[in-house]
Design a protein around this ligand. Sequence first.
Ligand code: PHE
Length: 462
Amino acid sequence: MAAEKQSIHGVWGSRWIFILAATGSAVGLGNIWKFPYIAGENGGGAFVLVYLLCIAIVGIPIMMGEVLIGRRGRNSPINAMRALALEAQASPFWKYVGWMGAIAGLLILSYYSVIAGWAIIYIFRLGSGQFESADAATVQNAFDGLLADPIMLTALHTLFMVMTMVVVARGVNRGLEAAIRILMPALFVLLAILLGYSVTSGAFEQGAKFLFDFDFSKLSSESILIALGHAFFTLSLGMGAIMVYGAYMPKKASIGSTVLIVAGMDTLVALVAGLAIFPIVFANNMEPGAGPGLLFVTLPIAFGQMPGGMIFGSLFFLLVTFAAWSSSISLIEPLVAWVVEKGLMNRNKAALLLGVITWSLGLGTVVSFNVGSDVSFLMGKNFFDSLDYLTANIMLPLGGLLVAIFAGWTMKRTTVEKELNMASYGVYALWTITVRLISPAAVIVVMIWTLFQEQIKAMLGW
Ligand code: PHE
């Protein structure tokens, strides 16, 4: 019965629109801002390899699981998990996986919006020609100045939150489609231009070597968990974003190939962003491990030097803002969809209320870059780093693990087979084995080892 059901929130016009929306969710700050900076902090090559492995053996199978659950359930993740658990005569406890994801989404959005605010101001900074022929020190100072200004950061964060909640209030499948259709390809083109600049004017060889030269001595177990967490973050997995978009996916579209396209585009954007950024880092004797500011202290140098850089630079950050926008919507949609389904309030009110909560939490991130930078929460980390660690490295992998178990073990086999509708039995078998055993094992081993290493070593007397 559930298979004939339609979501009350609407259905995407076609499979391509689902691909665009899911790519819009996946491609965002994670690819352009976060991937390069964590690759830099974790030593480059070996980290990148582990990240790619995680995408292949954990991310892709789990993404298929999420789309499958969403499309079958045709509801917000919380209600979809509950309904499908009932259908399989399993415990209703599964709805808490949806809950954890919805909360993770809100937590992520609270800091995501602050970072997106940085991109907004850089549209204007580059457009004003402020960085024309600027050297590394000037660009760094400009960035430090921004971080030191909580009022400015709050204003930008507010603007971005309003942009996000306006779309969510109207219903995500209106307006978003058209925007993504034009903006995604434009982002690709600008990244290609940047890459062209790095190939011709940066220390390209050194940059490429940094990203693709696998030196495993630089890899700590902590780095492996960060790579795993990032695979979830960048593909928007483990919290219901892809699941909620799956709920709006037309019934006939093939899940397997659709997911491969989305994951492929997401990975491509991250690698191109990295390949564009690191040559600039090395050509200007900058630090690859510079942290969250990496994007903002490297690219302005490149744009400041290239012909037409004022326009390209401004346009680039405009597109980064849009990419962040199409991701941020999917971070809060699972929770909004649930509130609406529950009949607690209408979409407008739900968006307003959840927007205000998220915005308030974001203030913690704002101050963690200035007045509150020394206040520590989790493991000596400041507010922003704690929130990032908790969500990306713990909540998302845990959510993803449970989704894998649910799709692999709990759901009714007949339902799964029907929804996936794979052309080849071999591929179906491969997916089943991966989602049942390989992905869960990878997540469990990496999480337990990284988080409880000390205890395990002590227990074994190492
Ligand atoms: N995938 C997005 C990015 O890479 C972030 C995101 C995470 C969006 C989780 C939705 C859910 O920027």
